[in-house]
Design a protein around this ligand. Structure first.
Ligand SMILES: C[S@@+](CC[C@H](N)C(=O)[O-])C[C@H]1O[C@@H](n2cnc3c(N)ncnc32)[C@H](O)[C@@H]1O
Ligand SMILES: [Zn+2]
Length: 293
């Protein structure tokens, strides 16, 4: 099998998705995955499909409580893509990129990476990295599969285990996304870096006024920094700004997140029309970078 670690010059001749077989493992049994005619298979003959749109679907039989994660809908992804394209998350992206070692090489894994917006920017700036987005949302990974020539995409529920091999990843990202720190630790290679974006309690707080909205779930940067006990804290950088939003932009800020599952855009829009635009909104996160030995 092709090893990117030993043969980086071959990357251009095989697709990044083919190359991910160096690091993929079966979500059902944890054995390494190999390419099969129409997808991927492991020694225990678990089989996974490769979608025509260029991603591998590593959805195991659901073991957890409740419904399996299905991830963001196309409408949520469109709202997030518009919001990111307007530049509102550029400062966060710059802080994430600054946390990626300048000489990073090997594999980047973007966990809950959505459309690959962050991963693609990092791959542009770090030519020795190749990346994989893992996300529960099939429409998201369809977009991520086309986001960068060195970026592959995998549909997976990261809560039920990350389908990547132990110590296979040099940079792991978890940006506004769920997942277990133990699993992040497991996939990190020696010397690897994990980067987390942790929203503060007042992130987008103004959008909750008068609307019964779910807040972006806040985390505590200190807890995240301590979540991998044997890691060293490399940096913890607060990104705090106020952005001025039109009603449509404010609606995108609300509907790119889980409120989209519970709220009606037309009804929320009717409330926001009564507010004085531009709507001034706080963005506040901490970007935490940890490194393991
Ligand atoms: C708020 S979005 C952030 C996306 C991306 N990190 C970004 O900031 O552009 C959260 C992402 O996590 C994904 N997600 C939610 N639950 C998941 C799970 N259990 N496994 C994998 N992805 C999940 C969603 O589909 C969505 O793309
Ligand atoms: Zn298996």
């Amino acid at each position: 099998m092709l090893s990117l670690a030993s043969a980086p010059c071959t990357v251009a001749r095989v697709s990044t998705l083919d190359a991910t077989f160096d690091i993929l493992q079966c979500p059902s049994c944890g054995e390494p995955l190999s390419p099969a005619d129409d997808g991927a298979t492991c020694a225990n003959r678990h089989h996974f499909d490769r979608a025509r749109q260029g991603y591998v679907s590593l959805r195991a039989a659901h073991k957890g409580k409740g419904a399996p994660a299905s991830g963001d809908t196309p409408e949520m992804l469109e709202a997030r893509e518009r919001f990111q394209a307007e530049g509102f998350h550029d400062d966060i992206a710059a802080a994430v990129l600054a946390a990626v070692p300048a000489d990073a090489r090997g594999w980047l894994a973007d966990l809950g990476g959505g459309t690959g917006w962050y991963a693609a920017q990092i791959l542009d700036a770090r030519p020795e990295l190749h990346g994989v987005v893992l996300d529960a949302s099939a429409p998201a990974v369809r977009i991520a599969a086309r986001a960068h020539e060195r970026l592959a995409a995998v549909s997976a529920d990261v809560w039920s285990g990350i389908p990547l091999r132990d110590a296979s990843v040099d940079v792991a990202l978890r940006i506004f996304a769920p997942g277990s720190a133990d699993e992040v630790r497991r996939i990190l290679a020696p010397g690897g870096t994990a980067i987390f974006v942790v929203p503060h309690g007042d992130h987008q707080r103004e959008l909750g006024h008068g609307l019964k909205l779910m807040k972006v779930p806040a985390g505590k940067a200190d807890d995240v920094a301590a979540s991998i006990p044997d890691a060293t804290l490399v940096s913890s950088v607060e990104v705090r700004q106020r952005v001025e939003l039109s009603v449509e932009q404010a609606l995108d800020a609300v509907f790119m997140g889980p409120n989209a599952f519970h709220q009606d855009r037309v009804k929320v829009g009717a409330v926001l029309e009564g507010w004085t635009a531009p709507i001034s909104v706080t963005l506040a996160v901490t970007v935490v970078a940890l490194q393991v030995d």
